[in-house]
Design a protein around this ligand. Structure first.
Ligand code: 13P
Length: 249
């Protein structure tokens, strides 16, 4: 089964209105690289402007609330994202799990809300450094998968992003063998739960992906794409990663 590679920029809390032009440049350059799906998840404040400036492109949120609406000051609901033209949403990023105390149950509810609103979902998992060092990374991540992946969904609309916390923004990346072992274990767990549908689910790697390491990471078994933070903020840095995704597809 061939899964199209998926390269996603997570802009985190970066970008004022002037950054919309950078997204246009990224999407325009992506057209030179067939066979790879490209998405950008800017801050909430830029989604509407980006959808207007780059119609038909995959633009998403970085989080959503699990409720459809209600008294949740400061939060954004999944149907609101869909309403302004977002196609996808990231849930369970470690910066949400750690910084905002989100549990597996919270992440599962958010994923369900995103799917119910018609969005595609990228559900993040990943272990902290001490867990990696103690040899427990695979068990830790499989427990996150068990607790945060909902039961019933179209496999093409839910991707997993494996992002080891110690690799995010640090310049450190796991060995290719460790990435392959983790992605294989995730695929195995999904197959155990969802059968053949697991073959259609994309498993992305995230954590210090850049133009130099992207080809090797994206060429690794069971790596179906990349979730990119810092290197997704400019066309100059992001387009080489998109090119690597196309070349490995
Ligand atoms: P960096 O690519 O900046 O390490 O961030 C990865 C990430 O957290 C993407 O969601």
């Amino acid at each position: 089964m061939t899964r199209r590679k998926f390269v996603v920029g997570n802009w985190k809390m970066n970008g004022l209105s002037g950054a919309v032009g950078e997204a246009q440049a990224i999407f325009a350059a992506a057209d030179d690289h067939a066979g790879v799906d490209v998405a950008i998840c800017p801050p909430f404040t830029l989604i509407g402007a980006m959808v207007a400036a780059a119609p038909g492109r995959a633009i998403g949120g970085q989080d959503c609330h699990s409720a459809e609406s209600g008294a949740f000051t400061g939060s954004v609901a999944a149907p609101m994202l869909a309403d302004i033209g977002a196609e996808l949403v990231i849930v369970g990023h470690s910066e949400r799990r750690e910084g905002f105390g989100e549990s597996d149950a919270d992440v599962r509810a958010k994923a369900g809300a995103g799917l119910a609103a018609g969005l595609s979902v990228i559900l993040c998992v990943g272990e902290p450094r001490e867990v990696r060092e103690s040899g427990g990374a695979i068990d830790f991540v499989l427990a996150q998968i068990a607790g945060s992946v909902p039961d019933d969904f179209d496999p093409q609309r839910l991707a997993i992003a494996y992002e080891p916390i110690w690799a995010i923004g640090t310049g450190l990346v796991p060995t290719v063998a460790d990435v392959a072992a983790m992605h294989g274990a995730i695929r195995g767990a999904l197959a155990g739960r969802f059968g053949d549908a697991a073959d259609r689910m994309r498993i992305l790697y995230g954590g210090s992906v850049n133009g130099e390491n992207a080809a090797e990471l994206l060429g690794t078994g069971d790596v179906d794409g990349a979730l990119v933070g810092g290197a997704s903020l400019t066309a100059a840095k992001f387009v080489p990663i998109i090119a690597a995704g196309a070349a490995s597809g």
